[in-house]
Design a protein around this ligand. Structure first.
Ligand SMILES: Cc1cc2nc3c(=O)[nH]c(=O)nc-3n(C[C@H](O)[C@H](O)[C@H](O)COP(=O)(O)O)c2cc1C
Length: 404
């Protein structure tokens, strides 16, 4: 179903009888697209072997807080940072008590302390242990602090008693996890995004470029990843870190960007051209640095670069193609013309004459123009962060590309 595509789940297993179910849980989460890493308490290892969990999760299982080998690679802080969600299943009464008291006396409690993502516990224990005021109060306190609780099921227990305390059914746990994430609207889709400026070489040390920072393209890549897409980010030179779940192709010139786009576009469902691709490049690149020659002027002969957006939009099996129009005047009019001339499905017009928005800024103020059967529709957007605009655009693109 892929409801958990691109999601990183850290599964904590504690020492209860239901620990054997965590093996199935790993598989079911993976079936839904999740990348799963496992942390086990010392007691949990008495119930199920780390080897089983390692084989199922395809990753080494993390067992010790003070492990000199793993600490440098992925210590408790790195694991906490890595996770989109920490799930403790099963969670013993003792683990719940330690979590409530704020202990950091083993790897799993320390990860929970360090985690800034959500923590979910799925308790499993004898019905009397679950009903004990201490367990109930601890659980309530954790809930008040923002820990989510997957209520145990009622039924026959391993100890022979009947009551509340059985681990929630594995498929129900996976569904509960999936509902925690905003959207999986682009699950299974391949989105190709270009970002940043291009550099057109004049000689070995000089180039023509522009002020594009790459922020909008990178924010869109992250929003597409959050929505479950496989993302290829083709980027010109920038100073920002790309989202770590994107396949990044670094390029310099418009020609290199075009080549990278063409080699990844074949199975793309959506293409978003955010890069500020240079319209022109020098006719020829000098082999040696151009020297000053007296006081005379230097003339550069330029030739047009091939239009990447237009090329993609006119492919036979074209993806849904979205462009950005960075304009300094007649913004909407120019964007509308670009939409039609280049055969795009959607264009986002922004005024880059205002330096508080657009290039280099963290914000953008845009108008989204979408092609319809009868013409175009326009939706003016208020000034917002590039992250929020990206989420909105991804929602819109998902709407436009989902067959009903
Ligand atoms: C056979 C056996 C089964 C147990 N089953 C559970 C259980 O289902 N739930 C629970 O909360 N504790 C159970 N316990 C007690 C825990 O193993 C014990 O509290 C342990 O310290 C928990 O450690 P951990 O929370 O660090 O994994 C069981 C103990 C034994 C010996």
């Amino acid at each position: 179903m892929n409801r958990l595509t691109n999601k990183r789940i850290l599964l904590g297993v504690t020492g209860g009888i239901a620990a054997y179910k965590s093996a199935d849980l790993v598989r079911r989460m993976q079936d839904d697209g999740a990348d799963v890493r496992v942390v086990m308490t010392r007691s949990a290892q008495e119930f199920i072997t780390p080897l089983t969990m390692q084989a199922l999760s395809n990753h080494p299982v993390h067992l010790d807080l003070l492990d000199t080998e793993t600490e440098s690679v992925m210590g408790h802080i790195e694991l906490a940072r890595w996770a989109d969600l920490v799930l403790i299943a099963p969670a013993t009464a003792d683990f719940i008590a330690r979590l409530t008291a704020g202990h950091g006396d083993d790897l799993l409690t320390t990860i929970c302390l360090a985690a800034e993502c959500g923590v979910i516990i799925a308790p499993a224990m004898n019905q009397a242990m679950w009903a004990k005021p201490s367990t109930q109060q601890n659980t309530q306190l954790l809930k008040q602090r923002g820990v989510s609780l997957l209520e145990p099921d009622v039924g026959l227990q391993a100890c022979g008693e009947t009551g509340a305390g059985r681990l929630m059914d594995v498929p129900d746990i996976v569904t509960a996890l999936a509902s925690r994430f905003r959207t999986a609207r682009l699950a299974g889709r391949h989105v190709v995004i270009t970002a940043g400026p291009t550099r057109e070489a004049i000689d070995p040390v000089r180039y023509i470029s522009n002020h594009s920072s790459g922020k909008q393209g990178y924010a869109l890549a992250l929003a597409a990843i959050e929505a479950g897409a496989r993302v290829t980010l083709i980027s010109g030179p920038t100073n920002i870190n790309p989202p770590d779940r994107a396949a990044v192709v670094a390029v310099q010139s418009a020609d290199e960007m075009l080549a990278a786009v063409m080699s990844s576009i074949r199975d793309a469902d959506i293409f978003i051209g955010v890069a500020a691709v240079a319209d022109y490049k020098p006719v020829s690149v000098e082999n040696q640095k151009i020297k000053k020659s007296g006081g005379s002027a230097l003339t550069l002969d330029l030739v047009q670069n091939q239009d990447i957006l237009k090329t993609v939009a006119n492919l036979e099996n074209r993806p849904f193609t979205v462009g950005f129009a960075a304009e300094t005047e007649n913004v909407i009019e120019n964007a509308r013309t670009k939409l039609t001339a280049k055969n795009l499905d959607m264009i986002i017009a922004n005024n880059v004459a205002d330096t508080s928005i657009g290039f280099n800024s963290d914000h953008n103020e845009t108008t989204i123009i979408t092609r319809t059967i009868t013409g175009t529709t326009e939706a003016q957007q208020p000034k917002m962060s590039k992250e929020n605009l990206s989420r909105k655009l991804i929602e819109l693109i998902a709407e436009q590309t989902t067959e009903t």
